[in-house]
Every structure is written in C-alpha cells, then in structure tokens.
Design a protein around this ligand. Structure first.
Ligand SMILES: Cc1ncc(COP(=O)(O)O)c(C=O)c1O
Length: 467
C-alpha cells in the first residue's frame, strides 16, 4: 500500500493543514494580483514534461507546485474584478461541501447506498422548484451544468412527443423533429441536437426583436412554416438570461406558442434563474412557472463551485420515461428514489450539497442580497461609463452591460485587449444585435464599488488611448 496515496492519520492531518494554509495564502495573493494569467507557457510545459510518473514526488512539493501553476496560469474567476462570462467566485459553504463530498465520496446513483445524500439533493431541488413557481410535485436533479440540464430537457421532450422514440430514436417520428430557440441562445443547443440524433439542422435559431429577446412573431411564423413542411415541433426554448446580454425572452408568449404547437416548453434560466432569490426582482421571470422544464445553474448566480446545474420539471414521470433502465447488479431501481433511473448520469457526485449548505447558511434573503448587490453594482458601472460618453446598448434585468465606447473611439476588441493586458480587470467582447460590444458582468459576491471604479478607469484609459 502506498503511503503517498493513503497517508496515515498524523501525516494526513499535517498535509491537510499545509494545503489549507497554502490555499489561503494563494487566495490572498490572487485577490490583490492580476486577474489575467502570467504563465510562461514554455517553462510550464517543460516543467510538466518533467513529470514522467516514474519517481514519486513528495506531497508538499507537489501541492506547492500545483498551486503556483494555477496562481499564474488561470484567468482568476475568484478575483473580485473578474467581470466576465458567468463563472462565480465560489461561496465558502459550497467549497466546504466539496471537501465533505470528497471525504465521504458518496455514490449517488442509488438511494439505497446514499440515502442521506440523495434526500438532501431532493430537498434542495424541491425548494428551488417551488421558488421558481413549479407545483409541489415537481421533481428534478443536479447536473454537471446547464448543458446537461438542457440536454435532459430535450430527451424528455422527444420521449413525450413520440412514444416510439425510446425504442426507435428519431426514426420513429413521422416528420423531422425540430426545436426553437432564439439566435442569442446558448449554442450548446447545437451540440445537444447532434447528441440526441435530431441533428444540428433541427435547431431553429429564431430572430431576436432588436433588443436581444426572442421575437415571438418570428417564433410563431417559424413554427407555422415547419408544420406546413411536415416537421414536428418538439420543444420551444426560452432563454432567461442570454449569455451575451442577460436578456429574458418573452416567457409568456413562448409558453403559449409551445402549448399551441403541442411542444415542450423549456426555460433555460442557467444564469437568470438566480433572480428567484429576490422577491423584488423575480417578477422579470414571470411565465417561468408555465415551463415543462427549467435549467438553473447553481454554479452561476448561486455561486457554487463548478460544475453544478439543476434540471427541474413538474413532470416527474417524464424523467423515468426518458432514463429508465434495469440491471441485475444495482442494489435497487426505484423510480422515485434512485437517480440512475431518472437522470443521464450513472455514478454521481454529491453536487447538491454545495447549494444545500449555501442556502442553509445564507437563506433566500442572503441570496437576494447577493443578487441585488450585483445588480446595484452593474447600475453604478453603467452610470459611471455613461458620464464618460459610453453607451449601454442592452437593457437587461441581470447584472450585465453591453457597452459601446464613446464616439470616435474605434476597436472594441482592442479596448478589451488593453484591459486584459493591464491585468486590472477581466471583461470580454460580445455581439449584441449585430454590434461588437464590451461585455461587463458582475459575477463575484465580493466585488465592491471600488472595484467598479477600477474597471471604469481601465476602460477609460483603454478607450482614450485608442481615440
Ligand atoms: C443561458 C445558458 N445556458 C446554458 C449554458 C451552459 O451551461 P454550462 O456551461 O453550465 O453547461 C450557459 C453557460 O454559460 C448559459 O449562459
């Protein structure tokens, strides 16, 4: 037995303590250092090549080396001036949950083997589903992220649309199955269409209305045209918080059109779902309660560690219809209890503990304050930049701004490039209604007004130098 793999209790305590201290020190350096990587790639690759896995490396040296590489070799989403795509600075209870899960390492495929863990996850899923307005009997599960949750939705939709789908796949449909999402949706839908066998061309990317939201009239026209052509509309996806611009599609109109077409109505609220925490702001999601299924990523606005998504549905039976399987070697196969017969995964990590501990520690009010803080900072950023001649081109209820620099200043990409080079903040380039924009999103729960000031100064310096 290798003591490097399984150190004795005293060594284990010493090494765990060492790791905790090293990580805390690294966290402090990261928060005050550059947001962007400072990796010497050639030196890093050479050092990496030195690991030939022939000679065991001493644990402290290995841990220190790894932390140093990550400190220099990542865009730091744990930095309060990471204003990027929605990857959060993780909440402490979510990090503790990872540690607990790694220690007990429960297998969540079945209730029989991990009853406490499976019940904790179900409890959180029910609470989130109720908070989103779904009925008391709603079900669901944790996923690796939004893409898996969205894929789950399509498998459920296809299974409901055509009883022969389970056995025959898409061959069972009389006409080609198609799904609708706005052209600003998250393009994992393209991969999902590929994986499920309906094919990439089955995704109808519906026009937006000039404000980044799905155009309901265009959706209606697309469905009518497909029906005339003999296609089978299986699902309408409304995005609640587009990745680029945080726009929320017209949920009520999408629900109605899906219902009229006999299609599954899915709300991809991977990011915007965080609004359910705030009673003041959740009205922006009106219509979500009509969904056949909802995606919410806990690893976005709920600030858990990556990857942690959720799939929620009022149709409990749809999950077993889509994922049922029977084997002799599993200890049980109970539809309402065993995750491996109601989800895509088989072996399953205890992901839901992250949200359980975070919600239990902060309460919905704590999360409401977290979400509202981000929105207030985004408003502050918008005001400061407008005063400097910038234009905010989106009107999102989330904490994201799509920005055009002052007239006369060209090159959004160059501006973003200069901000990243400075290391003072991280923003990205996005396209909003055909225009290149600087995208700045408040993602970190510890971002402050001073951080916003520093971002404003970095953007202003970059745009001035390019005018
Ligand atoms: C609206 C939306 N849906 C789905 C996804 C995919 O989620 P994940 O990356 O968690 O798989 C994202 C990711 O950014 C997203 O913004």
């Amino acid at each position: 037995m290798s003591s490097n793999l399984f150190p004795g209790p005293a060594d284990r305590l010493r090494l765990d303590g060492f790791l905790t201290r090293e990580l805390a020190a690294a966290g402090e350096r990261v928060a005050t250092g550059p947001v962007t990587p400072r990796l010497d790639t050639a030196a890093f690759r050479a050092a990496l090549a030195g690991f030939d896995f022939a000679t065991p490396v001493e644990a402290e040296a290995l841990l220190s080396w790894t932390i140093a590489q990550l400190e220099n070799g990542l865009v730091h989403i744990t930095h309060p001036r990471y204003f990027g795509l929605f990857n959060p600075g993780p909440a402490a209870p979510a990090q503790w949950a990872d540690r607990i899960a790694a220690t007990f390492n429960p297998q969540l495929a079945t209730w029989t083997t991990s009853p406490a863990a499976v019940e904790i996850e179900s409890h959180v899923i029910r609470a989130v589903a109720r908070r989103a307005g779904l009925p008391a009997e709603a079900a669901g599960h944790f996923t690796t992220g939004g893409a898996e949750a969205n894929c789950t939705a399509l498998v459920c939709a296809l299974t409901r649309a055509e009883p022969g789908f389970a056995a025959e796949g898409v061959r069972a449909f009389a006409g080609p199955p198609v799904l609708y999402a706005s052209k600003d949706c998250h393009l994992a839908w393209i991969k999902i269409a590929h994986q499920t066998g309906i094919g990439r061309s089955a995704v109808r990317l519906v026009d937006t209305d000039g404000t980044g939201r799905m155009d309901a009239a265009a959706l209606s026209a697309a469905i009518a045209s497909d029906l005339r052509a003999g296609c089978k509309p299986v699902m309408v996806v409304a995005t609640a918080g587009t990745t680029n611009a945080g726009m929320i599609d017209p949920l009520g109109a999408c629900a109605r059109l899906a219902c009229d077409a006999g299609a599954w109505f899915h709300v991809d609220a991977a990011w915007g779902g965080g609004l359910i925490a705030s009673e003041r702001l959740s009205g922006s999601l009106a219509g979500i309660e009509r969904a056949d299924s909802i995606t919410i990523d806990a690893h976005k606005w709920f600030a858990t560690t990556m990857g942690c998504g959720m799939f929620l549905t009022p149709h409990r039976a749809a999950l077993s219809a889509a994922f049922e399987v029977s084997t002799g070697y599993m200890p049980s196969a109970t539809r309402d209890l065993d995750p491996y017969v109601t989800t895509m995964q088989w072996s399953r990590r205890f992901l839901g503990l992250r949200l359980f501990l975070s919600l239990a520690a902060a309460g919905w009010d704590g999360y409401a304050a977290h979400v509202e803080h981000a929105i207030n900072l985004a408003a502050l950023l918008g005001r400061a930049l407008r005063e400097r001649g910038w234009t905010v081109v989106n009107r999102s209820p989330l904490a994201v701004l799509c920005l055009e620099p002052p007239p006369g200043c060209t090159g959004v990409r160059a501006i973003v490039g200069r901000v990243l080079e400075s290391g003072r903040a991280w923003v990205s380039v996005a396209t909003f209604e055909g225009r290149d924009v600087v995208r700045a999103c408040v993602t970190h729960g510890e971002t402050t007004a001073e951080d916003v000031d520093i971002l404003v100064a970095a953007l202003a310096a970059a745009s001035d130098s390019l005018s």
